[in-house]
Design a protein around this ligand. Structure first.
Ligand code: CO
Length: 513
């Protein structure tokens, strides 16, 4: 284990920030720039992570350095964008790329790997016709106005199912998800898509960050139903449903809304579903009539502030009227009830500029992205009041917790990625929410993805386990699976992949039964 790669001093990275950002902030590389970044633009070294991967393979055994814990057995399943061009058309945003599934299977101290494009309806149509057929987050294939309106108000039939955001397990079914109502079921061994849609969310927009009901195993999620009268709908999908048929969803609560907010996730406590509405909002009719890509119809309206709603999981009744200063976020970290407060932790940005930051042209030019702050909101239902505080000096995105043990409950640790000197996510961080103490892993020229926590069986401590992160080594032009001790971020092992893996969003570790 190279000890030099682990560091517990975040200041080491901070010291390097200024000159790197200054360089990255200089003139952007032209779109035709060569793939290899000039040394004067540090952030551009990460650009390989935004390049298409066509290769699909199945590797029996990856070259392994270090030793894996004997108890670690199962598969890390991830999804992410992997193809950014279709014929003449180029995807414009990181969120647009065609989804690829990745599987790292660990058993008997060895790691096998497989990857495969997710055979969604969108993927198959694009491949067959050699061009983009369904609109994505920030790229749209110029459909007619009629089709556009039809898309929005006639249900999910013409929405993309390019599920490049997250994977989850519902009962015995493995599911890839994006932010439309159309998840895609797949086989966790072969990564081939299964034919049947597992369920369809009751709206046109949804999240790829569902929660699980501890008791029933049901999926809890939210959808926005757009129309002349729009609404937010929290809904539940049962863990088990008749084979070969989509599961029936049950709407828990329906909340009228005039201009729905862009929301990427939500919170859950033992009693409440927690909705945080950031003031990046859309007029549904304007969205239907617009010729702009989906996200470019949203408007930043800070006067609306950030508004919280608590929905009682048992009754569906809503408590509204919690307001605080405008901010933006993708990811809730955790939420729980404590005395007369509801604690809601979120990775926040001062505004929605991060959405702009993630356009591929900017990323490939090495422009630095905004960094997120771990923010604690304290909601007091009796007074309908909200206060907020920053929990750590370090920034953090793609947050993970010891979900099985701590979701909905008081917790202490959050793991995630921090922005490094290059202006891109370059560190793995662990934050102690009690005192803000931060541990960091980094390695020059390496870009780690979301660290997925896996608890050691029989563990007593909350942070007793490992982190699994797919890391791009830009100099080597290839990625690896990095395994860290979750307690101190020391390296346990790394398994080398024979090619690069484009930066991906989320994944889950599925234990071997
Ligand atoms: Co996400």
């Amino acid at each position: 284990m190279p000890p030099s790669t682990a560091s517990t001093t975040p200041s080491q990275a901070n010291r390097l920030t200024s000159p790197a950002n200054a360089a990255a902030g200089s003139a952007p590389a032209p779109a035709s720039a060569p793939t290899r970044a000039p040394a004067t633009v540090p952030g551009a070294a990460a650009r390989l992570g935004f390049c298409t991967l066509e290769q699909q393979l199945s590797a029996e055994e990856l070259e392994l350095r270090g030793a894996l814990p004997k108890w670690l057995s199962g598969s890390l399943l991830r999804t992410g964008p992997a193809k950014f061009e279709l014929g003449e058309q180029h995807m414009r945003h990181w969120f647009d790329g065609l989804a690829m599934l990745h599987r790292f299977s660990i058993s008997d101290g060895e790691v096998s790997y497989g990857n495969r494009f997710l055979e969604s309806r969108s993927y198959r149509a694009s491949r067959e016709q050699g061009e983009m057929i369904y609109g994505e987050f920030a790229t749209d294939p110029c459909r007619s106005l009629f089709k556009r309106v039809q898309t929005l108000f006639s249900g999910g039939g013409v929405l993309t199912d390019n599920a490049n955001v997250n994977v989850t397990k519902l009962g015995e079914r493995f599911i890839a998800m994006t932010e439309t109502p159309l998840p895609v079921q797949f086989d966790p061994r072969t990564l081939k898509a299964a034919g049947v849609r597992p369920y369809e969310a009751p709206g046109q927009l949804s999240t790829a960050h569902p929660h699980a009901d501890r008791t029933s195993g049901a999926m809890l999620n939210y959808a926005a139903k757009l129309g002349s009268r729009s609404s937010y709908r929290f809904f539940e999908v049962p863990a088990h449903s008749p084979a070969g048929r989509p599961a029936a969803t049950r709407v828990i609560s329906s909340l009228p809304v005039r201009e729905p907010a862009y929301m990427h996730s939500f919170g859950l406590t033992e009693r409440w579903l927690v909705l945080a509405e950031f003031p990046l909002v859309v007029n549904p009719l304007a969205l239907a009539l617009s010729r702009r890509p989906y996200i470019e119809n949203y408007r930043w309206k800070p006067d609306l502030e950030t508004r919280f709603t608590l929905v009682d999981r048992a009754t569906g009744q809503a408590l509204q009227g919690f307001r605080t200063d405008a901010c933006f976020a993708f990811h809730h970290v955790n939420a729980y009830e404590h005395a007369d407060e509801v604690i809601v932790d979120i990775c926040t940005y001062p505004d929605a500029g991060i959405v702009e930051d993630l356009y591929l042209e900017r990323l490939r030019a090495g422009k630095p992205i905004s960094s997120a702050t771990l923010t604690r909101f304290r909601l007091r239902p009796a007074e309908r009041s909200v206060t907020r505080e920053r929990l750590a000096d370090s920034d953090i995105e793609l947050p993970r917790i010891n979900y099985r043990r701590c979701n909905e409950r008081p917790y202490r640790y959050v793991w995630g990625n921090g922005v490094g000197p290059s202006g891109w996510l370059e560190r793995i961080v662990k934050i102690d929410t009690h005192d803000g103490a931060t541990a960091t892993w980094s390695q020059p020229g390496s870009y780690p993805g979301e660290p997925v926590f896996v608890a050691r069986p029989e563990a007593e401590r909350e942070d007793d386990g490992v982190l699994l992160s797919v890391v791009l080594d830009a100099a080597a032009g290839a990625s690896m699976l990095l395994v860290l001790d979750a307690a101190d971020l020391s390296e346990l092992a790394r398994a080398q992949v024979p090619h690069h893996i484009p930066f991906s969003f989320h994944g889950q570790f599925m234990r071997t039964a």
